[in-house]
Structure formats: C-alpha cells, structure tokens
Ligand binder design. Structure first.
Ligand SMILES: Nc1ncnc2c1ncn2[C@@H]1O[C@H](COP(=O)(O)OP(=O)(O)O)[C@@H](O)[C@H]1O
Ligand SMILES: [Mg+2]
Length: 360
C-alpha cells in the first residue's frame, strides 16, 4: 500500500500540512526542529496507533491546541482506496474511515501499514522486551485476521486474573479466567512462533547484506513461560507466587525474541552501530515479509538516515529499497549523496517551522 496523501492538523509543531506523496521515494529536507520527524510520526501513528517516540499522547497535540488529527489517503495494490484518519482530543482517540466512525481504531490500523527506522530504533535490540513484542505483534496482526480480537480477549482475561489475584481469591475463582487466558495464549503463541519462523529467513538475508561480518544469524523466540510446559500447569504451579506479587508472571505478555550471530552470540557483543543495523534489518525484513504474505509493500520510513548510518550502509539500504516496490519516506538535514539524482519518480519536500513545501 502507499499513502497518496497525508494531512496533518496540530501535530507537534505542524499546524496544518497537506502532503501529496509520490509513489516511490519522498525526501523531506530541513533543519533541526523543522518538523521532519513529526511527519513520519504521523504516518506511523496511522499504522500503529502510537508514536515511536516515548512520552505521553498529550504531547503530540500542538501546544495551545485542543485536538490534533491525521488523515491519510491509502491506496492498495488492488486499486482500492481508503481515507483513514485519527483525531485526538481531550476525550481520547477517534477513528475515521471514508468519513464514517468505525467500531474501533483497529480498522484504521488494518488499512495502513508503515514500518519505520528512526534514531530510537536500536532499542528494539537493546531495550526492554515490550518493544520487541510490539514489533512481532504488528507483523502477526497483519497476517492473522483473528489476532487483534484474540489478543484483546487475552488482555481482558489477564486484567481480570490480576485483579482477582490482588483481591485474594481462591484457585476456583480464578479457574474460568485461567481457561480463557490459556485458550488465547496458546493461539497467540502459535501465531507468533509461526511468524518468527517465516520472518527469520528474510532477516538472515537482509543481515547478510548489512552485517555480513558477524556471520550466521539465529533468532530465538520465547513464549513467556517455561519452554515445553503447558501454560495451565505453569499458572497452577506458580499461583501462590502470582498472588503474593499481585500479577501473573508467566504468559504471552512475557514473550520475547533475540538475535544471535555466530561472531556476536550475546546482544552485549554488538556495538551501538551494529544494533542500529540490526534494527534496520528487522524493519526491512518485516516489510519484505508483509509484501510476500499480503501482496503489497508497507510504507518504509527512514528518519534522519544520513545521521544514523555511514555512507556505505546508506547506499546499501537505498539500493535495497530501489529494487522493491515500496513507497519510502526519508528525512534529513541534507540530501543524501546517493540521492543526488533521485530519478523522475522521487519527490523532495522542504520542511521549515512545521510547514511543508514541495520542491520542484
Ligand atoms: N506538542 C508540541 N507543540 C508544539 N511544538 C512541539 C510539540 N512537540 C514538539 N514540538 C516541537 O516540534 C518541532 C519539530 O520536531 P521534530 O519533528 O522532531 O523536528 P525535526 O525532526 O525536523 O528535527 C521541535 O521544534 C519540537 O520542539
Ligand atoms: Mg528529527
């Protein structure tokens, strides 16, 4: 899919912008603090319902304003088009699709698929497991139609179980929630495991291009509970501990994955630069798997590409992207040298003080 148009009102320093995006490379140039990252953040929000930058949602809305909104005109490979949007006000988020209010934000997230590499992306490798679970679940969500519903059911069961644990109930009171939790957990775990199995093939290929010096790659996935055990047995066995802590210590909410290389078996063996390349490979291979399974590419965003990667790796990424069908959004303070002659399909925009202008 691609974003033919992106409209933003009151997101960070962008008071109002209407951007007609090109089908391939779109380059956003401007000084520090101009609003470039905020534009990618807008695209990312449509796909993830949250920002890649940490912080509360309230800080997204331009200072002094009551609400902000993002609209995107999404074009799919089959020729269909959807207008998706999200509005944030004091009362929370509201989703829009083709002028109507859908049942939930999930319908917007289904339409828009955006992957992003940005200065915080190394956290995917070095940071807490939550980011890795989110990454994995984004991929699963787009290929398993029931994943969204089942993971919502799981979260509800987990919340209920945790509340009961804290109120000091008996194992019998927990039983119905345990059954629901386990039923959902097993499906989530199967989907995630299957996805990782497919994804690691493409990841190894991209890493072979970007980080060949580290040797063969191995991805390991952990369910979030004792390997090989049944979750219901694990829950029963640790119920006293869970009660003492007031929350459920095992389950898919504890799942994680990690990448090991032949010549860097622990993540602590990686330099910050290598962590970044790993995170980039994760995003690109996730995009490639999406394309393979869905028959269209997600939008690929690269924030501050030139300051994140050395020239050699910038060139490698750009040539990788040049060979595929994806729409690409790149930001920078200057035009990367490899895009000096970006070709007829590339579009360049100048960003300054939250205003976006198309450069001819
Ligand atoms: N809620 C907000 N309201 C107004 N301005 C904001 C808000 N949040 C961040 N900013 C400002 O928006 C500007 C754009 O930030 P950013 O998109 O990160 O710029 P760039 O990527 O071009 O360096 C910054 O000057 C930042 O201080
Ligand atoms: Mg920026």
């Amino acid at each position: 899919m691609r974003l033919a148009e992106l409209r933003i009102e009151n997101l960070r320093n962008v008071a109002s912008a209407q951007i007609e995006l090109g089908p391939r490379v779109n380059l956003f140039l401007g000084g520090n603090g101009a609003g470039k990252t905020s534009l990618l953040e807008a695209a990312y929000l449509l796909s993830h319902g949250r920002s890649f930058r940490s912080g509360r949602h309230e800080t997204l809305t331009r200072i002094g304003q009551e609400s902000m909104s993002i609209f995107g005109r999404v074009q799919h490979a089959d020729g269909s088009e959807r207008r998706v949007g999200m509005v944030r006000s004091r009362s929370g988020w509201e989703a829009r699709i083709d002028g109507r209010t859908p049942e939930g934000m999930i319908e917007v997230l289904r339409e828009a698929a955006v992957v992003c590499f940005e200065p915080g992306s190394h956290d995917l490798i070095a940071g807490p497991g939550e980011g890795r679970r989110r990454f994995l679940d984004w991929g699963v969500f787009h290929v398993e139609p029931e994943f969204g519903v089942v993971s919502r059911r799981f979260r509800r069961a987990l919340k209920q179980r945790n509340a009961l644990l804290r109120s000091g109930t008996t194992a019998r009171d927990l039983a119905p929630w345990d059954a629901e939790l386990v039923a959902c957990a097993d499906r989530i775990d199967d989907w995630r495991r299957h996805y990782v199995g497919l994804w690691e093939i493409g990841l190894a290929q991209v890493l072979g291009d970007l980080l060949p010096e580290l040797g063969a790659v191995d991805v390991s996935y952990r369910s979030g509970w004792l390997a090989g055990a049944r979750l219901q047995d694990v829950l029963a066995e640790r119920v006293d501990r869970d009660r003492a802590r007031g929350h459920t210590g095992a389950g898919p909410h504890r799942a994680d994955w990690s990448i090991a290389f032949e010549r860097a078996p622990q993540r602590e063996h990686l330099s910050r630069g290598q962590e970044k390349l790993c995170a980039l490979a994760c995003a690109l291979s996730q995009a490639a798997l999406f394309a393979q399974l869905r028959g269209e590419w997600p939008v690929v965003c690269l924030d501050d590409l030139a300051s994140e990667l050395d020239r050699e790796h910038q060139a490698a990424v750009l040539s990788w992207l040049d060979a595929v069908e994806a729409q690409v959004l790149i930001t920078g303070t200057e035009r990367p040298t490899m895009l000096a002659n970006p070709g007829a399909t590339a579009r360049t925009f100048h960003v300054e003080q939250g205003q976006v202008a198309t450069l001819l």
